[in-house]
Design a protein around this ligand. Structure first.
Ligand SMILES: NC(=O)c1ccc[n+]([C@@H]2O[C@H](COP(=O)([O-])OP(=O)(O)OC[C@H]3O[C@@H](n4cnc5c(N)ncnc54)[C@H](OP(=O)(O)O)[C@@H]3O)[C@@H](O)[C@H]2O)c1
Length: 309
C-alpha cells in the first residue's frame, strides 16, 4: 500500500514508518523541521502541517491508500504555551485530513491520547466507549479532534488512543526516558509521582499495531492501545534508572495530590484494550520488554559514562 505518514520525525511517527517499511509498504512522509531518519521513505513532501491548502493539494496529487496522522503538538506544556498553534495542528489539521481522506477513499488513522479521560481512579480502567472528560487543554483539543475526525470521515477512520510512550525517538529528546535523563543530566532531580498510575506502551509496538490497522480496513472507530501493565510514574522512573545502572536517588518520589498541579487528585489513566487486543496479531508489550529496548540518547553518552554506577 502507498501510505502517507505525517509526524514521521516524531517518536511514534518514526516507529510507524519503520514498521510500515518492514511490511513492504511504499512510504511517503511530510517533513516539517526535524530530519527524517526512518528507513525506506520513498518520497518526502516539504510542507507545514498548518498550511492546509498546500497540504491538501499534495495529498490529492499523491492519492495514498492510507494516511497516518502522528503530527501534533504532543506535550501538554507546549499546548499551554501556544494554544493557537496547538488548535491549528491538533484540531484543524485532523479535521482537514478527515475530509480529504473521506473524499479520496483513503484509509485514515489518527492518533489520540489517554488524556481525553480525567483519570478518576474509580472510573479506571477506561473503555473506548466511556465518556471523556479531559482535565487539560491538550486533552480538550485532542478530544475535539477525535470528534472532528469521526464527523468528517464517516467511512474509514480509526482514532487510536495511546498512552505514555516509551521508545528511542529519532532526535533523542521526546520519549519518557529521554526527557528524564536529559533533566538529570542538566542537574535537576525530577519529582515523579507515586499516585499517578499509567499504562505505558512502546513506540515500536505501537508502530506494529498501527501497521496492522492500516492493513485491516474492517476496523473502524475509536480504539485503545497501551502496554500490558500499569505502573506508577515513580516506579517507571526507578525501572528506567535501574535499567541503565543509575542511582535511584537521581529522582525523588512525590504525590500528585500534594503537588498543587492539575489534576490534584490521584491520576489513574489505564485502558481496557478490548476489542482491539483480540483482533490484532501484535500483542501489548510488558514494561520489562519496553525498558529493555531503550538506549541512551546520543547527546548524553559522555554524561552517562560519568554518571553510571
Ligand atoms: N508520546 C506520547 O507519550 C503520546 C501518548 C499518547 C498519545 N500521543 C499522540 O501520538 C501522536 C504522536 O506523538 P509523538 O509523541 O510521536 O509526538 P512528537 O515526538 O512530539 O512528534 C510530533 C511530530 O509532529 C510534527 N510536527 C509538529 N509541528 C508540525 C507542523 N507545524 N507541521 C508538520 N508537522 C509538525 C513534528 O515534526 P517536527 O519535529 O519537524 O516539528 C513531529 O514529527 C500525537 O497525536 C500525540 O498526541 C503521544
Amino acid at each position: 500500500m502507498k501510505v502517507f505518514v505525517l509526524g514521521a520525525s516524531g517518536l511514534i511517527g518514526h516507529a510507524v514508518c519503520e514498521a510500515l517499511a518492514r511490511r513492504g509498504h511504499t512510504l511517503i512522509t511530510l517533513r516539517h523541521q526535524s530530519p527524517l531518519r526512518a528507513r525506506g521513505i520513498e518520497e518526502v513532501v516539504e510542507v507545514d502541517g498548518t498550511d492546509l491548502p498546500k497540504l491538501t493539494q499534495a495529498i490529492i496529487e499523491l492519492w495514498p491508500d492510507a494516511l497516518v496522522n502522528a503530527a501534533a503538538i504532543s506535550s501538554p506544556e507546549a499546548v499551554e504555551k501556544n494554544p493557537k498553534l496547538a488548535e491549528r495542528l491538533n484540531v484543524a489539521l485532523p479535521r482537514q485530513l478527515a475530509q480529504i481522506t473521506s473524499h479520496l477513499g483513503t484509509r485514515f488513522i489518527h492518533l489520540s491520547t489517554d488524556m481525553v479521560f480525567d483519570g478518576t481512579p474509580e472510573n479506571a480502567p477506561f473503555r473506548s466507549t466511556d465518556l471523556p472528560n479531559p482535565k487539560n487543554l491538550y486533552g480538550q483539543l485532542k478530544l475535539m479532534a477525535e470528534r472532528e475526525v469521526l464527523e468528517h470521515n464517516t467511512e474509514d477512520p480509526v482514532v487510536l488512543r495511546l498512552t505514555l510512550t516509551n521508545g528511542n525517538s529519532p532526535g533523542g529528546v521526546r520519549s519518557v526516558h529521554e526527557k528524564l535523563l536529559h533533566a538529570i543530566a542538566r542537574g535537576e532531580r525530577p519529582t515523579l509521582y507515586s499516585d499517578e498510575l499509567r499504562q505505558p506502551c512502546s513506540a515500536e509496538n505501537v508502530g506494529d499495531a498501527i501497521t496492522e490497522l492500516v492493513e485491516r480496513r474492517d476496523l473502524h472507530g475509536i480504539f485503545h492501545w497501551a502496554g500490558s501493565e500499569t505502573i506508577t510514574r515513580y516506579a517507571l522512573g526507578q525501572r528506567i534508572l535501574q535499567n541503565f545502572s543509575l542511582s535511584p536517588d537521581l529522582i525523588q518520589e512525590g504525590s500528585l495530590a500534594d503537588s498543587g498541579e492539575q489534576p490534584r487528585e490521584a491520576c489513574h489513566l489505564a485502558f481496557t484494550l478490548d476489542p482491539l487486543v483480540g483482533k490484532l496479531k501484535t500483542l501489548p508489550a510488558s514494561i520489562e520488554r519496553q525498558i529493555s529496548e531503550l538506549s541512551i540518547p546520543p547527546a548524553l553518552r559522555d554524561w552517562y559514562a560519568q554518571a553510571r554506577r
